[in-house]
Structure formats: structure tokens, C-alpha cells
Write a protein that binds this ligand. Structure first.
Ligand code: CP
Ligand code: NVA
Length: 301
């Protein structure tokens, strides 16, 4: 049994193994080959925030693997009325074989793992989004052929996406440059770790960050839970956008990724988004294949 609470808990080898399995499951699904590796198993999916990709990829993923998934909205669960997470963890451990949770506090995910006795998968917290980054790495490798030595540039808010991208990219030998406004940097401990363990830069100059990048990545300026700050953030983040001027300083064949949902003309122009739609929607599709690989690893190892 294995948890995926945050990406730094997984070694380079575990990450690469997951990507290899995701590639295999993708290829075989397209060839019509079924793998009922999780036959008879049930995944509980707790959502305290909205989701399209995460919910659908895990639900379809469990079905593909021969198991089933339960959608558990916190609006309906007793957890939403204050039942402690330590009790929820112990109860659900008696009913289901694995829990995927999307919530606000990272501590809630860690507590589920502490008090439960089944694998826990982080489907996004304010701190990180490890499942998305596994799909991102799969997509980069698919399009570029390799990860090691490539440069990933992330433009925008130093949020959950930035935190997990730093870990995933450094662990797989990519260099990372973050272009974000002062005061909106990624987690300081993660940045320190990245500086000590790889080639890492964080700057407020987007052109410096994007120079010679193989991959340009962005995410919304206001994340779920930051709706009240949206107007203020629109001012602060102006200029922290992937547009054709920024593309001009990246490598000529640079790819563009976005975890989605995207806000056109905010963090990315509609023009760049549409020019790179194939890459962005491959990335969305890879949520399914990567999440199936995560489920297999967490529930069978
Ligand atoms: N990228 C992502 O996690 O999408 P959802 O919020 O739709 O799950
Ligand atoms: N940073 C975004 C990612 C959505 C997938 C959020 O947390 O809302």
C-alpha cells in the first residue's frame, strides 16, 4: 500500500515507473486491451472543491481497471457538518479500498493517511496537485521524447500547481524557472530544496524565466478558494501571461501546457491557447492514464 499525499514523497524511480505504467495503459486502452487489475475494488472520492478532470479521470479510471468509484461531495458528507477527519478516515477505511480527496488544507489529506488504513491520494489541496503533474510529465515526455535536461518555465501564481511542478520537474532532471510577481512565489521550503537539488530560478521577469524554455506552463491567477481576491489579482498578475511575445523568447518548438480550466486573455491569450490546443488537451487526456497508473501503484504495491 502506498499513499500519494505530495509528490516529494515519491522518488524519481517511483515517478518514472508511474509514467511508464501510464504510457503502457494508454497504449493498451487505445488497442482495446482491458486490464481489470483492480477488479472488485472501490475508490471513495471526497470533493470539497469543484472538479471536472480529476473526478472524471478517477471515476472512468476505476471503471477501466475493473473497479468502481463513489463520488462523495463534502456538501453531503458528515465531514461537511464537522465530523472529525480522524473518524471519517476510520469509517471509510472499513468500506472502500482507497480514498482520493480534493480539499483545502494539506493537513486534512495527511490526517486521513494517519488515521485511515487504506491508500490516500491527493486530488489537489491549496499546497499541491501531484496527480496533475504526473499527467504533465507524461505529456512532456510524449511530445519531447525525454524529460532530463529540458527546461520547464511556469508563469503566474506560485500556487499548488507551481509547487508540484517544481518537485516533478526537478525529480526528473528538468530545469525549472518560475516567473511570478514578488510576494506570490511558490512555497519557500520547496524553492530551497529545488535550488539545492537541481537547476532552479524564480524571478519576477517573465522573459528571463521563459528564455530558451522547452515547456511553458501556466495556471489561473486566482485559485479555488481565492474568489474574493480575483479582482485584485487581475491587477497584480497583469503581464504574467503566456502570449506570443513570451513565446518568442522560448525555444522555437516550445510546447505550452495548462492544467485547466483556463481563463483566456488572463494567464494565456486565446491565440496561444488555440495554437497549442493539441498539447493542452493531450495533457487533459493524460489525467486518465496517469491517474490509472497512480491507482494501480497505490492499491497494489
Ligand atoms: N486540472 C484539474 O485538476 O482539473 P479539475 O479541477 O477539473 O479536476
Ligand atoms: N490552481 C488551481 C488549479 C486547478 C486545477 C486551483 O487550485 O484552483
Amino acid at each position: 500500500m502506498k499513499h500519494l499525499l505530495k509528490l516529494q514523497d515519491w522518488s524519481t524511480e517511483e515517478i518514472i515507473d508511474t509514467l511508464n505504467l501510464a504510457d503502457k495503459l494508454k497504449k493498451e486502452k487505445k488497442a482495446g486491451i482491458e486490464h481489470h487489475i483492480l477488479k472488485g475494488k472501490t475508490l471513495g472520492m471526497i470533493f470539497e472543491k469543484s472538479s471536472t478532470r480529476t473526478r472524471v479521470s478517477f471515476e472512468v479510471g476505476m471503471y477501466d481497471l475493473g473497479g468502481s468509484a463513489l463520488f462523495l461531495s463534502s456538501r453531503d458528507l458528515q465531514i461537511g457538518r464537522g465530523e472529525p477527519v480522524e473518524d471519517t478516515a476510520r469509517v471509510l477505511s472499513r468500506f472502500v479500498d482507497c480514498i482520493m480527496i480534493r480539499t483545502f488544507a494539506q493537513k486534512e489529506v495527511e490526517d486521513l493517511a494517519t488515521y485511515g488504513s487504506i491508500p490516500i491520494i491527493n486530488g489537489l489541496t491549496d499546497y499541491c496537485h501531484p496527480c496533475q503533474v504526473l499527467a504533465d510529465l507524461q505529456t512532456i515526455r510524449e511530445h519531447k521524447g525525454s524529460l532530463e535536461g529540458r527546461k520547464l518555465c511556469y508563469i503566474g501564481d506560485g500556487n499548488n500547481m507551481a509547487n508540484s511542478l517544481i518537485v516533478g520537474a526537478i525529480r526528473t532532471g528538468m530545469s525549472v524557472a518560475i516567473g511570478c510577481p514578488e510576494g506570490y512565489e511558490p512555497d519557500s521550503e520547496l524553492m530551497k530544496w529545488a535550488e539545492e537539488n537541481g537547476n532552479f530560478l524564480c524571478t519576477s521577469d517573465v522573459f528571463e524565466a521563459a528564455k530558451d524554455a522547452d515547456v511553458l506552463y501556466t495556471d489561473v491567477w486566482a485559485s479555488m478558494g481565492q474568489e474574493d481576491e480575483a479582482a485584485q489579482r487581475k491587477e497584480i498578475f497583469k503581464g504574467y501571461q503566456i502570449n506570443k511575445e513570451l513565446m518568442a523568447v522560448a525555444k522555437e518548438d516550445a510546447m505550452v501546457l495548462h492544467c485547466l480550466p483556463a481563463h483566456r486573455e488572463e494567464e494565456i491569450t486565446a491565440e496561444v491557447f488555440e495554437a497549442h490546443a493539441d498539447e493542452i488537451f493531450d495533457e487533459a487526456e493524460n489525467r486518465l492514464h496517469a491517474q490509472k497508473a497512480v491507482l494501480v501503484k497505490c492499491m497494489t504495491e
